[in-house]
Design a binder for this molecule. Structure first.
Ligand code: FAD
Length: 395
């Protein structure tokens, strides 16, 4: 006799991946329950650089599939969420001492336009020198060229909330605060336990989606019998916000210290700069910008925008840090793959699918891919909607 299931899909974590998974599974007609321990987007999904972008710099590491998919998702999100995802003009200044030379930029932007399908948003060009003075006080000494192109910016927390509301409108049940505490695998599903309103609760699901972000490996470790967990690394990224408007768009800068790419962007009427990459060990709940990161970010800002020359940490209006989950391995995190890792507990009819790493930008495509992977474990249902056509509203 088949077991009685409470739900087709149980999702843990209301970050962008959990919300996206809940939306995709509910849109496919499945019953869905989503558990979140703290609040919507309490983890990395409110601490990102807030860009919906192809990721120009990923071309340097040959991540063409990721860039193409991200650019496709960018145009889908611009269409379904116009109030939440806005196209922005990006500026890339090239100085005498900049490592990436103008020909490299031109080549990269041409490839970027090709991968974007030569749409209207894929245009790029250079700012004529007589307009350099209009670029928000950007230092023009030794400036050789300023390229412009387009990518998009969002409010990551608001976007996650909008995707979650879309999932709820399709019937997904959201329980918060609810902390997942462990699960036992059955041949045909999962028995899971969680704490809600101080009480221990249980639920039987056909599939468990582990979308716990930086906590995902800890969550996997609480499942019996043990499931495979890839080698991972948590890398901290910090941003600081300072008073002062950025009118023209987003500045894509190269750190004079180590050549890393950073962004200076407008954020809620102020200026935001990020991000760093610092190896993190410890409890993900404790992540916070370090003094070294704050000085590094201030240093880059002062270097490119002389009007911030006298700024000190006391001038910082706010700051935050988040955790990327990257594949483990040798070499600097900057060069590590940003592709999302989807790891099932077994090859055939998975009962658990863990989502490790990834990008805000590609959440919808990742959810579709994950849904295809768990489809053999789920009963056929009548689809209610397609997620690439569901509008996402600001509130
Ligand atoms: C510094 C930085 C900058 C970034 N910039 C960009 C960018 O500009 N563009 C882009 O596309 N991507 C960017 N990213 C990547 C993107 O932010 C992340 O990939 C994405 O937010 C991860 O979402 P998630 O849902 O997997 O995890 P999270 O958002 O961390 O969500 C996990 C959730 O699970 C919950 N949870 C954990 N354990 C439990 C439990 N036991 N029970 C219940 N709930 C639990 C947590 O409370 C949390 O809310 C950036 C990442 C970082 C760190």
């Amino acid at each position: 006799m088949s077991a009685a299931f409470d739900v087709d899909v149980a999702v843990i974590g209301a970050g962008i991946h959990g919300a996206g998974m809940a939306q995709a599974a509910a849109a496919a007609g499945h019953s869905v329950m989503l558990l979140e321990q703290t609040a919507i987007a309490a983890g990395s999904s409110s601490r990102s650089s807030k860009l919906i972008h192809g990721g120009l710099r990923y071309l340097e590491t040959g991540q063409f599939h990721l860039v193409r998919e991200s650019l496709r998702e960018r145009s889908t999100l611009l269409r379904v969420a116009p109030a939440l995802v806005r196209l922005q003009r990006f500026y890339v200044p090239i100085y005498q001492q900049t490592r990436r030379r103008p020909w490299q930029l031109r080549l990269g932007l041409s490839l970027y336009a090709l991968l974007a399908g030569f749409t209207r948003d894929a245009h790029f060009g250079t700012v004529p020198p007589h307009q350099w003075a209009t670029l928000d006080g950007l230092d023009t000494a030794n400036l050789q060229a300023v390229f412009w192109y387009h990518d998009a910016q969002t409010d990551d927390q608001a976007l996650t909330g909008a995707v979650l509301r879309s999932a709820q409108a399709l019937g997904a049940r959201f329980i918060c605060p609810a902390q997942f505490t462990g699960a036992t695998l059955r041949d045909d599903g999962v028995d899971l336990k969680y704490q809600h309103t101080g009480l221990g609760q249980q639920c039987r699901a056909r599939v468990l989606i582990n979308a716990a972000g930086p906590w995902a490996d800890t969550l996997s470790a609480s499942i019996t019998p043990a499931i495979p967990v890839p080698e991972l690394e948590r890398v901290q990224g910090a941003h600081i916000v300072l008073p002062g408007a950025v009118e023209r768009g987003i500045y894509y800068l190269e750190s004079p210290r180590d050549g890393r790419a950073l962004f200076v962007m407008p954020w809620r009427g102020q200026l935001m700069i990020g991000t760093t990459e610092t190896r993190f060990r410890g409890d993900p709940a404790d992540v916070a910008p370090s003094h070294a990161e704050i000085h590094y970010l201030l240093g880059v800002l002062k270097h490119y925008f002389p009007r911030y020359g006298a700024s000190s940490p006391d001038d910082i209006a706010s700051s935050f840090a988040g955790l990327r989950v990257l594949p483990g391995g040798a070499g600097h995190a900057f060069h590590r793959s940003r592709e999302t890792m989807l790891v099932p507990d077994r090859a055939q009819r998975p009962r658990v699918l863990s989502i490790y790493g990834g990008k805000l930008t590609t959440f919808r495509a990742v959810a579709q891919r994950a849904l295809r992977q768990i489809a053999p474990s789920l009963p056929p249902r009548r689809a209610l909607a397609r997620t690439d056509q569901l509008p996402l509203h600001a509130s």
